[in-house]
Design a protein around this ligand. Structure first.
Ligand code: WTA
Length: 572
């Protein structure tokens, strides 16, 4: 099990100094001095991310560098301040108040970022939704959060069941006036009417700011609530893990519908005052390399699936582009294979730095730092101010090389503060006193590096996107042909896992490839493209407990050809 492979430090010049010394001496209160609230006691994360720079000499620096196949735009910190102020005024005029939930359901365009920041500026809670969500997924989230306002586009509006959402009072359409239905607001028209000056809502550090829905192994997606205080972690991990420095041009490839796209696609770069590259549109190796080359990106944060797809596209593509601006590369979301790290070193001449964290943790907790040796396959070591450990189910810390619960000593600045309207679910994470239980299993080596092993629950991680089997199963059984469904993650060389569904058909339906495709499309168009099973297998009967619960554990064992283990709770 001992790993001897090491990638030496490339000394890119980093902000942190010696990891060991900093880990010993650092304490979070040192970070607060970077923000204005240390003087006033009141805070607003959007102000700290944008206005603070616009007011202190960086007004003309490019904050947002946007491109998609149809648009190429840049916005300075001053312009971002004005646009987000205008949007804050739009919401105020409509009557949105502090604490109200404002959701954003649209593709990555500059308007998404203006809306996101403007919402936070007036103290409302912002909820960005991934653009691939279909009706059920959108409805669940808007219903549970009781969102009062929604910013969306004409195309995506078709997936919003407005009549079934009594709390949803205001809809703002990013599109032409002709595309804006009667009674709805048109984004551009409302912005035009609004002042670029805004009275910011100064809030307490612990006031809510942002909601991300994420999946567990049971039940509907849960609303993870983050507060303004999270910015401490976003700022400091941006400095030490992303290694952000003055003049950097940073690109995070994640969508703000997922936590990486907000913590590290919005807050970390802007709190550190660097230029943030946003690329709309879909993944394509040439476009991605072009984005790096054309914008002269210096720091690049992406995900294992993307690196694996780039690797599959071949080394020749890389040679077509001048990637010499790239200084620092990072990854998050799923296990980063050692061979990908080796390949990255070979083709980019750079190490890929793995980082570990979750929607619930709000920010990076374990990472590989520029000034540390990398052991390919390891997630790295805890961030200063963070205590990570491997513990057993009673809370005892386990010695090196023992597999157990990956757990974090509570609290840390960006820790979630609530599962929306579900205190029981929240408590489950803290069932061992003093610890946050991640649900991941891992081990630690003798140098304190952490190694990921797997999930301890049934949550699926497909291309870095977290999918709850229950959501997919619920959708599957809505199909008239489906009597029962059980869903698992099946190992896949590129996507990490793919979604596989086992389905028992109702009487009168017959297994066929056409029916498989029909069922697949049913989930794809009803829930979300990334949640549709890539594989469906028909079975006469699914393994269930006597109380009728589908035993996913047995399905997994079938799939992998492993022993099924204890079947004493299974029905006859
Ligand atoms: C997994 C994404 C292995 C893990 C920011 C975790 C990882 C879940 C890594 C959270 C990593 C994240 N190596 N697995 N470096 N980073 N994961 O909430 O299982 O979308 O619990 O947050 O992704 O996914 P989430």
């Amino acid at each position: 099990m001992k790993n001897t492979e090491r990638l030496a430090v490339e000394t890119t010049g980093n902000n942190m100094g010696s990891y060991e010394e900093t880990y010993q001496s650092f304490d979070w209160s040192q970070v607060e001095k970077a923000f204005t609230w240390s003087q006033t006691g009141k805070v607003n994360a959007a102000y700290e991310a944008i206005d603070r720079h616009a007011e202190s000499g960086k007004q003309d620096r490019i904050a947002l560098m946007y491109s998609d196949p149809n648009r190429n735009e840049t916005y300075t910190f001053k312009e971002m301040k004005e646009k987000s102020n205008q949007f804050g005024n739009v919401l105020r005029r409509i009557g949105i108040k502090k604490g109200d939930r404002v959701f954003i359901f649209m593709p990555r365009t500059p308007e998404l970022y203006f809306s996101f920041l403007g919402t936070i500026k007036i103290g409302a809670i912002v909820g960005p939704l991934f653009e691939a969500f279909m009706e059920v997924a959108v409805k669940d989230r808007l219903e549970n959060s009781e969102a009062v306002a929604l910013v969306t586009t004409p195309a995506l509006l078709e997936r919003v069941p407005v009549d079934e959402l009594p709390h949803l009072k205001h809809i703002i359409i990013v599109g032409t006036p002709e595309e804006t239905p009667e009674g709805y607001y048109n984004f551009a028209e409302e912005m035009q009417k609004s002042s670029t000056e805004l009275e910011i809502e100064w809030v307490n550090r612990e006031d809510p700011m942002l909601m991300h829905y994420t999946s567990g192994s049971t039940g509907k997606p849960k609303g993870v609530l983050h507060v303004h205080n999270a910015m401490i972690q976003h700022y400091q991990t941006g400095k030490w893990v992303l290694d952000l420095q003055d003049g950097d041009i940073y690109w995070c490839t994640a969508d703000p519908g997922w936590v990486t796209g907000t913590s590290y696609g919005i807050f970390a770069p802007w709190l550190n005052g660097v230029t943030n590259v946003i690329r709309g549109g879909r993944f394509n190796p040439d476009d991605w390399y072009q984005t790096l080359a054309k914008n002269k990106v210096t720091v690049w944060y992406s995900a294992p699936t993307s690196f694996r797809m780039l690797m599959a596209a071949g080394d020749e593509v890389v040679k077509k582009y001048d990637l010499s601006s790239v200084r620092h590369i990072l990854s998050v979301g799923e296990p980063l294979n050692p061979e990908v790290v080796r390949w990255g070193k070979q083709v980019y001449g750079k190490r890929i730095h793995d980082t570990w964290w979750m929607t619930e943790t709000g920010g990076i907790l374990i990472a590989n730092y520029p000034q540390m040796e990398i052991k390919p396959g390891s997630m790295g070591r805890p961030f200063p101010g963070v205590q990570a450990a491997i513990i057993d189910d009673e809370g005892n810390e386990l010695p090196p090389y023992h597999m157990g619960n990956l757990a974090i000593k509570t609290p840390w600045p960006s820790m979630m503060r609530q599962i929306w309207k579900n205190p029981e679910k929240y408590q489950e994470y803290f069932r061992i006193p003093g610890w946050y239980i991640s649900g991941d299993s891992a081990y630690k080596d003798e140098d304190g590096y952490f190694w990921f092993e797997g999930r301890l629950d049934d949550v699926i991680n497909t291309s870095g996107e977290r999918v709850g089997p229950f959501e997919v199963e619920s959708k599957l059984v809505e199909h008239p042909a489906v009597a029962e469904a059980g869903v698992i993650g099946k190992p896949d060389p590129v996507r990490g896992q793919i979604i596989k569904a086992f389905v028992a058909l109702r009487a009168g339906y017959h297994a066929s490839d056409e029916l498989k495709e029909e069922i697949r499309m049913f989930v794809k168009t009803g829930l979300a493209a990334h949640a549709a099973p890539r594989e469906i297998e028909f079975k006469d009967k699914l393994p269930k407990t006597r109380s009728g619960k589908i035993m996913r554990r047995v399905l997994k064992a079938w799939e992998l050809g492993l022993p099924t283990g204890d079947l004493s709770t299974m029905e006859d």
